[in-house]
Design a protein. Structure first.
Ligand SMILES: Cc1ncc(COP(=O)(O)O)c(C=O)c1O
Length: 449
């Protein structure tokens, strides 16, 4: 087992990528299709806490958490132990019961609001979206799903069908998609043309438009409204409280199932255990994934009793879903997040980083907007503060410069590929967070300073 010694700073010993990393990259280029998103050229060998070491023993500060997975930090000793112990016992048991799946379901029910009383354990985030849409259709006997511009719910066909940003490479050319999807605007005060010049009315305007679209563009056969509490892929756009409350109320009044996709926003990421806790709303179905295990693929749909009761034997199941190994690791991970107060740490460090990023915004006109909640941020770069013209090249250059200095960040996100996503593991300390912010500022200064 690895030690838990914390490193004090990045160490870059070689050119990037170094020779051993290049050798792996060559194998990838020869044998894998060019299908993964383009990221900075780190080849991960070890990761511990908030630190990642590549094949050439260069060490980086991780501002990605993988892709918002490693909430409890990389290689948490308790998770390593749980994996080792369970690997020696039982791993896959299909739909046969194992010791851990029901215990994970129980835990998920216990930590979610009282209206949610049943949990299905699955493997991926997209699978939860497919499942939630199936359940909502079966329960309501209706077929339409309302989704939002800018949404990201995964890469399977059902999930792609409810994704916004349809010119993105994950969607374009793969259609046609599932019929019966109605798209409505997600409040994005910084760019939405519905809100320009009326930013403080963005919630009302978007909600009015939502109702108008349902009135005019749907068959008024709405099974569900599917919404994220913050849209990660669109640039960490955080839903305004009043807007999401209006949507939740509309669902109640119109018999539509409110599906909250918290595959990304849960398990402490936003400074609360679940993102929806910021909104005083209750989902009817809740989709979870990523940070649920901090490690291996696990996801879950947690739902209300009467909604889940429409399911019959064999209606939702999968080969790996709820296997003993993943379920045990997820359960241990949830206990770690609760016992180590990682949501609280995310809220505290998030505030510190927020202040730091806003200082940078005051200093660099290239930073158009800073959005954050807990430990997830979108920093949007523009060519001009007035026109808000997106600056995707600048954004990529900053990520590259930060990488050279030992800070790993995910490739640009957002409608225009002009936003940097900051999402470190929730175990990050204040010193580590500020060190990362300093490196980011150096990179910004190198590109636009
Ligand atoms: C909000 C949201 N929903 C669903 C998904 C899909 O999850 P997965 O990639 O595990 O299928 C993602 C993945 O990024 C996500 O961010």
């Amino acid at each position: 087992m690895k030690t838990s010694t914390r490193l004090r700073g990045p160490v870059i010993n070689t050119e990037l990528p170094g020779p051993r990393s290049r050798a792996i990259k060559e194998i990838s280029e020869q044998y894998e299709p060019n299908a993964s998103s383009e990221q900075v050229p780190i080849v991960w060998k070890n990761a511990e806490g908030v630190w990642a070491t590549d094949m050439d023993d260069n060490t980086f500060l991780d501002f990605t958490s993988g892709v918002l997975v490693a909430n409890a930090g990389h290689s948490h000793p308790r998770l390593v132990r749980a994996m080792q112990e369970q690997a020696e016992k039982a791993v896959n048991t299909y739909d046969f019961l194992n010791e851990w799946r029901p215990q994970l379901a129980k835990k998920l029910v216990e930590i979610t609001p009282p209206n949610l009383s049943r949990a299905i354990v699955l493997s991926t985030g997209a699978e939860t979206i497919e499942t939630a849409m199936k359940i909502a259709r079966l329960y309501t006997g209706k077929h339409e799903i309302v989704a939002f511009h800018g949404a990201f719910h995964g890469r399977t066909y059902g999930a792609m069908s409810v994704n916004g940003k349809r010119s993105s490479p994950g969607i374009k050319g793969f259609g046609p998609f599932l019929p019966g999807v109605v798209f409505a605007p997600f409040p994005y005060p910084y760019r939405s043309i519905l809100c320009r010049g009326h930013e403080d009315e963005c919630s009302e305007r978007c909600f009015e438009y939502f109702k108008w679209i349902i009135e005019t563009e749907s068959e008024k056969d709405i099974a569900a409204v599917l919404v994220e509490t913050y849209q990660g892929a669109a640039g960490s756009i955080i839903a305004p409280k009043d807007w999401l409350q209006m949507i939740a109320q509309w669902c109640k009044e119109n018999g539509a199932v409110l599906i909250i996709d918290e595959v990304q926003a849960s398990f402490g990421r936003t400074g609360r255990l679940f993102g929806f806790e910021h909104y005083d709303i209750e989902p009817n179905l809740l989709c979870l994934g990523k940070g649920i295990s901090s490690t291996v693929p696990v996801s879950a749909v947690v739902g209300e009793e009467d909604i889940m009761s429409v399911l019959t034997p064999g209606s939702v199941s999968s080969t790996h879903g709820g296997n003993a190994f993943s379920s045990r690791v997820a359960l241990e991970n949830i206990n770690i997040i609760l016992e180590e107060n990682l949501s609280e740490n995310a809220a505290r460090i998030g505030e510190i980083l927020d202040a730091r990023f806003r200082d940078m915004q005051a200093k660099y006109p290239a930073i158009g907007d800073v959005r954050g909640l807990g430990l997830v941020f979108g920093i949007e770069f523009v060519k001009d503060r007035e026109t808000r013209e997106p600056a995707p090249e600048v954004t990529q250059a900053i990520i590259d410069e930060a990488f050279k200095r030992g800070l790993v960040m995910i490739a640009p996100i957002g409608f225009y590929g002009n936003a940097i996503r900051v999402a470190p593991p929730l175990v990050i300390t204040e010193d580590e967070a500020l060190l990362g912010a300093d490196i980011l500022e150096e990179a910004i200064a190198a590109v636009v300073g």
